[in-house]
Design a protein around this ligand. Structure first.
Ligand SMILES: CC(C)(COP(=O)(O)OP(=O)(O)OC[C@H]1O[C@@H](n2cnc3c(N)ncnc32)[C@H](O)[C@@H]1OP(=O)(O)O)[C@@H](O)C(=O)NCCC(=O)NCCS
Length: 148
């Protein structure tokens, strides 16, 4: 597996449309569907490729010069369950470290045990529980990791 990140070109409307389409079709357990609003300053998005095969998307939001929240990690359904999710989680963390970020965090819906278990296995700790967070009935954990 040779997983690589290709930055989303924010000036390219086709790339933005494709990214949004992937989220709308595959990141469905959210209270509000993804919209153009996600492409704000401070947010960085990537398509993930294994060789030339697009297997998912990911991103991060630079909250301070040294703190990043990793966001919108999705593995396309046909590629799930093969270790790509773990690999992509690690890859976006590695990218954050490479650009000088000192701490990464992530908020994950409380019933997303798959992603929570991936982050815990990669050294994240649970730093908070947020009931009724983005919307009533949508509970989240926040997990964080200080990058050494
Ligand atoms: C979450 C997601 C990225 C995981 O990707 P994936 O490629 O299927 O995951 P992987 O194959 O790398 O690994 C899954 C790991 O979780 C484990 N797992 C699978 N189902 C699980 C569950 N219900 N509860 C806990 N762990 C689970 C697997 O056993 C595996 O760990 P192991 O290798 O130690 O056995 C993918 O399911 C996805 O895109 N979901 C929709 C969007 C989403 O929820 N994104 C995360 C937002 S925070």
């Amino acid at each position: 597996m040779t997983l690589k990140l290709k930055p989303l070109e924010l000036s390219d409307s086709n790339e933005k449309e494709l990214f949004l389409q992937i989220l709308k079709e595959n990141y469905t357990k959210v209270p509000y569907p993804a919209s153009e609003d996600i492409f704000q300053r401070g947010k960085h998005f990537f398509f993930a490729f294994d060789n030339n095969k697009r297997i998912g998307v990911t991103g991060y939001h630079l909250k301070t010069p040294t703190l990043a929240e990793t966001i919108k990690t999705v593995i396309l359904p046909e590629h799930q369950g093969k270790g790509y999710g773990q690999r992509l989680s690690q890859l976006i963390e590695d990218h954050c470290r490479d650009v000088g970020i000192k701490k990464v965090m992530s908020t994950i819906y409380a019933d997303n045990t798959k992603m929570i278990s991936i982050k815990l296995s990669q050294g994240y700790t649970i730093e908070g529980y947020h009931p009724d967070h983005e919307a009533p009935g949508w509970h989240e954990y926040s997990l964080g990791k200080i990058l050494g």
